[in-house]
Design a binder for this molecule. Sequence first.
Ligand SMILES: NC(=O)C1=CN([C@@H]2O[C@H](COP(=O)(O)OP(=O)(O)OC[C@H]3O[C@@H](n4cnc5c(N)ncnc54)[C@H](O)[C@@H]3O)[C@@H](O)[C@H]2O)C=CC1
Ligand SMILES: CC(C)CC(=O)C(=O)O
Ligand SMILES: [Mg+2]
Length: 357
Amino acid sequence: MSKRILLLPGDGIGQEIIAEARKVLDWAQANGAELTIDEGLIGGTAYDETGTPLPEATITAAKSADAVLLGAVGGVKWESLDYAVRPERGLLGIRKALDLYCNLRPAVVYPQLADASTLKPEVVSGIDMMVVRELSSGIYFGEPKGVETLADGRKKGYNTLVYHTDEIERVARSAFEIAMKRSKKVCSVDKANVLESTELWRDVVTALRDAEYPQIELSHMYVDNAAMQLIRNPKQFDVMVTTNMFGDILSDAASMLTGSIGMLPSASLGEKYALYEPIHGSAPDIAGKGVANPLATILSASMMFRYSLDLGAIADKIDAAVNSVLDQDLRTADIMQAGKTEVGTAAMGDAVIKALG
Ligand SMILES: NC(=O)C1=CN([C@@H]2O[C@H](COP(=O)(O)OP(=O)(O)OC[C@H]3O[C@@H](n4cnc5c(N)ncnc54)[C@H](O)[C@@H]3O)[C@@H](O)[C@H]2O)C=CC1
Ligand SMILES: CC(C)CC(=O)C(=O)O
Ligand SMILES: [Mg+2]
């Protein structure tokens, strides 16, 4: 039966990178994958057309798809809008609507790019770690929040970091299950020394390990130390599990081990739905220039074929094609190295298609 994919290009380079991922989907279709591909609106582009960054039609289409592949949202044009209708609210909204609580962000250092990192090759080579980020709760969603004017004229801006036992437990279980197939090592990152919500996080993660995953070697680290350790000695980590905001920040940091944020794909998973997207944003500084790296999005498509479409053989081919274009010394500007050939977004996408054969 045909698998239904919903593409949500979004804003800025989202449009450019999804166009390259679309070439890969078209290739898969031409090579036997039965796919029905639709496109929908999200983010600033959706706001401009419909007055909301997350139209009902997008939620409905996402719920009837086997998987969603998203580009990125946001941009300077929409920064002065009320928070309720900002592009980013569209992304948070779809994560909530689909209950995508588990965000997998694999940071893999390709051997061809070990010296593209700003860190020493010996520090990063061989890295293959997984950041498991809680995605549908935490401070990005907690109530109360807002900006108020106080009686004395000062303004008060506030957000709330809330976690419930079940929200922690389900993402911790995902992390432990992943770790059972890897090194059986999990580092849980929190700020339990000062935040009660993450003291609960630590307690729940520990209790689950004790009760159901005694084989897992669990460690705990404060987020400030984790940020430092990621740069000092990243190979100490295999699976890292953490809150929504800490995972957001630490995965951007981890991306630089690989050479560029343009190399990191992600899968956002719930019990019923799944959405795939690069970890980066809409990159207004390079949008429209045709220089964005499409590989994170193409690798996100690969994760989609593997996890949601039951087409692991196609995922293997996409992964091999990405390796092949790097072997051919083709580089977008963000991963450019001396002696290599610089190519733009579309040329990189075309090279992947050529490598796919
Ligand atoms: N998932 C999403 O849709 C996300 C959206 N955003 C939104 O994106 C906008 C820009 O945010 P920033 O903080 O600048 O983060 P960003 O991730 O868009 O860009 C950060 C830096 O990385 C570079 N970069 C990002 N992706 C790249 C790629 N594929 N190839 C080459 N270089 C790449 C950009 O040029 C920029 O210098 C904001 O409106 C923000 O809210 C930010 C992060 C995630
Ligand atoms: C809207 C933001 C929370 C997006 C972001 O930075 C991310 O998911 O990495
Ligand atoms: Mg982010």
